[in-house]
Design a protein around this ligand. Structure first.
Ligand code: F6R
Length: 259
């Protein structure tokens, strides 16, 4: 079972996950991070800013979960730009070691395989940060995605385009296609850390954590992974049937157990 940690606020979640990332980097300076975009991981990146002072992050490697297909990489909402702005620059990471799937149309037919190869050559992802969409997607694996899927092109469902319209001028400007790590790729990471905040995520979180394992709710794939931490605020935890048990587990967590 995943470990479910219910925290008072996104800032508390950010601090908890940032502490674990700092611990990893201190232990292994060339740690491979799996980087999510969107609003959810921002408190983690924010909390990391003060924590990396004095830490050697020059060898930290990273792989973004996804990218829009056909978007100009210099567009402010391309995930390359978002990762550069939110993670690489503020944390002082080496941009050459931080990868995003290549959404360029000219090379899209083999971009998924190229990305899979790069992840494999890095030795796999040590800690994968995940958000979850209202559709239950992780990465951009929309409902129906195979649990064996690898990095490939997917079509965003209309709800996801609406959800992401806040980053663009109009919903029509949100690209229709994306290239995303597959569920199989995500399940290959050593540690999955899924974060979710707000009532709008409560149904997706409950389905992912306590519902049946089904490709209709791709986030439920996390139930197949041996090391998962789900960090949620009270609102995102509000539909969890066993929330009291998760609180009891957290309150009685042995000191020797890490995240
Ligand atoms: C982002 C990603 C998506 C988001 C999800 C939630 O790289 O892969 O799965 O994590 O759409 O988005 P936010 O965090 O904006 O609510």
């Amino acid at each position: 079972m995943a470990e479910i940690v219910i925290v008072p606020s996104p800032a508390d979640a950010g601090a908890l996950v940032a502490d674990e990332i700092v611990r990893l980097i201190a232990e292994r300076p060339d740690t491979v991070l799996g980087l999510a975009t969107g609003s959810t991981p921002l408190p983690v990146y924010e909390a990391l800013r003060s924590r990396v002072e004095g830490l050697d992050v020059s060898r930290v490697r990273g792989f973004a979960l996804d990218e829009y297909v056909g978007i100009d990489p210099n567009h402010p909402e391309s995930y390359r730009s978002v990762i550069t702005r939110e993670v690489v620059e503020p944390l002082g990471l080496n941009p050459d070691l931080i990868h995003t799937p290549n959404g360029a149309l000219e090379t899209i037919s083999h971009a998924g395989e190229d990305y899979e190869r790069a992840i494999a050559e890095a030795g796999g992802i040590d800690l994968q940060i995940l958000g979850i969409g209202t559709s239950g997607h992780i990465g951009f694996n929309e409902p129906g995605s195979s649990f064996a899927s690898r990095t490939r092109v997917k079509t965003l469902i209309e709800q996801t385009r609406k959800d992401n319209a806040r980053f663009f001028d109009r919903v029509e400007d949100v690209p229709m296609h994306c290239i995303t790590q597959g569920l199989g790729t995500i399940l290959g990471a050593k540690h999955l850390v899924l974060l979710a905040f707000g009532e709008g995520k409560a149904a997706a979180v409950a389905g992912a954590v306590e519902g049946p394992v089904t490709s209709s709710l791709p986030g439920s794939a996390i139930q197949l992974h041996p090391h998962v931490t789900v960090v949620v605020d009270e609102a995102a935890a509000s539909q969890l049937a066993h929330a009291d048990y998760y609180r009891y587990v957290a309150a009685n967590k042995p000191a020797w157990q890490g995240l």
